[in-house]
Design a protein around this ligand. Structure first.
Ligand code: ADQ
Length: 473
């Protein structure tokens, strides 16, 4: 089996999956078994005064068991234009359909390209001929084209963790044609959902005159590109084991004792405008207003982990959350009952399953989300004999798979309030039946399935396309 080389903005030690979660868990097996390499940014920003020069960065190498972790520092200038500017100030909002929040500063795109070239230059000498390279997420869309420009002929695949919007939204990005051309330099492009894959096909057909060769394969920019939907999953066994481990159990019992007289609702998110946090709070408030019997009996615990706090859209969101929580507690709270407990902090990963399991309802109501792993973690953590109910936004990628959840439109405050009320009242038999269906899906399409099916398709994509000219940006 070929060595797997993973490239992503941030790198995690695959031996410490319990702390890292997410990508590290999904990739740990394949990286460990192939003695892989994981390449990305070190997280360190070198100030100009300390010698940090644009387009340059020191490389660090660290052996983590069989896996080699290689990271590179970024200069202040590169960090600000590549990471804060183009990746999180342009691509993140636009890909989440928020043109109103994008900052189309003309200088950012130069920094974005410079860092992708820096990554390509530092990675290329480390590559072996039969490596398979798997690049992750919006920070690194042009990386394949930059590697090709240096002569790399290995198979290169790309997975987009966030949504891809429809062509007319994408086309608002100055330089979108350059960006999408770069995306087509990969041998295989993976998306979270059929909807995102549809937007990709529609974009290249309308904007770049692509011709579909067969399902999921197009001739475009003088080569053939293959794309597919590979919905990311979690390691269900790892997560249920965490729920049964001492820390998970202790957390569960603490929550159950503390809230023995209430039905708990839980939300767990990064603080991000895509997650629909204020909309969720307004829907919960609407439910308290419309169904007075839920007052004193329902408590919402919203755990929100700090994220990108140096970006202004995020500071505004934090203020909005604090004032909404304060207003709900002020208007509806009693001496012995607070409707909302808002915790702006990270919770240690081993504790999460206990919190999920103690909650009768999970509110996963993003305005737009590539997939949303919290939805899947909540299902995995439930007691099958007495499971809770998932209220899920139809705009999360997960909604394509999790049909037995209560699907809501988070922009519709009244409708969402009604669904939350229904979830709180749902009889045991219906909860069990829905949970069985959901569990079956997350087991079938778990993190291992995601990894294996993508790498399998990437292996086949290259074999069929030998001789295709590489795309240069
Ligand atoms: P994220 O936007 O970060 O990921 P998500 O899929 O929900 O969103 O993953 C968040 C992870 O962080 C979960 O494992 C969750 O348990 C954890 N987490 C969140 N808040 C936490 C808190 N307060 N304390 C502790 N842990 C917390 C991006 C895309 C998603 C896509 C993933 C994976 O935006 O749509 O599902 O990548 O592809």
């Amino acid at each position: 089996m070929s060595r797997i080389v993973v490239v992503s903005n941030r790198v995690a030690d695959p031996r410490k999956t319990a702390a890292a979660g997410g990508l590290a868990v999904a990739l740990a097996d394949v990286l460990n078994s192939t003695g892989g390499l994981w390449f990305g940014w070190s997280g360190k920003v070198v100030e100009t005064a300390e010698g940090g020069k644009a387009g340059e960065g020191t490389v660090h190498t660290h052996q983590a068991g069989p896996v080699k972790l290689v990271t590179v520092d970024l200069s202040r200038e590169d960090h600000d234009s590549f990471y804060l500017g183009y990746s999180n100030g342009v691509l993140w909002p636009v890909f989440h359909y928020r043109l109103d929040l994008a900052d189309f500063d003309a200088g950012y795109i130069g920094g974005y390209r410079r860092v992708n070239q820096l990554f390509a230059r530092k990675l290329q000498p480390l590559l072996q001929d039969d490596d398979v390279i798997w690049v992750h997420d919006y920070h690194l869309i042009p990386l394949a084209a930059e590697l090709r420009a240096l002569g790399c002929q290995q198979r290169i695949g790309f997975f987009l963790h966030i949504p891809l919007p429809p062509p007319l939204i994408l086309a608002a990005i100055p330089g979108h044609d350059w960006l999408m051309r770069g995306l087509c330099a990969y041998d295989l492009v993976g998306f979270q959902s059929q909807a995102d894959l549809g937007h990709f096909g529609h974009y290249i057909e309308t904007e770049a005159h692509a011709q579909q060769v067969e399902a999921g394969r197009w001739r475009v920019f003088g080569r053939v590109v293959q794309a597919g939907a590979f919905p990311i999953g979690i390691d269900v066994d790892e997560f249920t084991a965490l729920a049964e481990a001492p820390e998970g159990r202790e957390m569960f019992h603490r929550m159950r004792n503390e809230y023995s007289r209430r039905k708990l609702l839980v939300g767990v998110d990064r603080v991000d405008y895509s997650k629909g946090l204020p909309h969720r709070l307004r829907a919960f408030r609407e439910m308290l207003q419309k169904y007075p019997e839920t007052r004193k009996s329902a408590t919402l615990i919203q755990i929100a982990s700090p994220s990108r706090e140096n970006v202004s859209a995020y500071t505004d969101l934090l203020h909005e959350m604090e004032s909404l929580c304060g207003a709900i507690n002020g208007n509806y709270g009693e001496l012995d009952w607070m409707p909302v407990r808002y915790i702006h902090r990270n919770v240690a990963r081993p504790r999460l399953p206990g919190i999920y399991r103690a909650a009768r309802v999970a509110l996963v109501t993003p305005l737009r989300d590539g997939m949303n792993l919290v939805a899947k973690e909540y299902i995995a953590a439930q007691d099958p004999a007495d499971p809770g109910v998932l209220v899920l936004s139809r705009f999360a990628g997960a909604a394509e798979q999790l049909k037995e959840a209560l699907l809501v439109n988070p922009y519709d405050t009244e409708g969402t309030a009604g669904a939350i009320h229904l979830a709180l009242q749902m009889p045991l038999e219906e909860r069990q039946a829905r949970h069985r269906g959901l569990m079956e899906t997350i087991r079938r399409y778990d993190g291992h399935w995601w990894c294996d099916s993508f790498l399998d398709a990437l292996g086949k994509a290259k074999a069929e396309e030998t001789g295709t000219p590489w795309l240069r940006l």
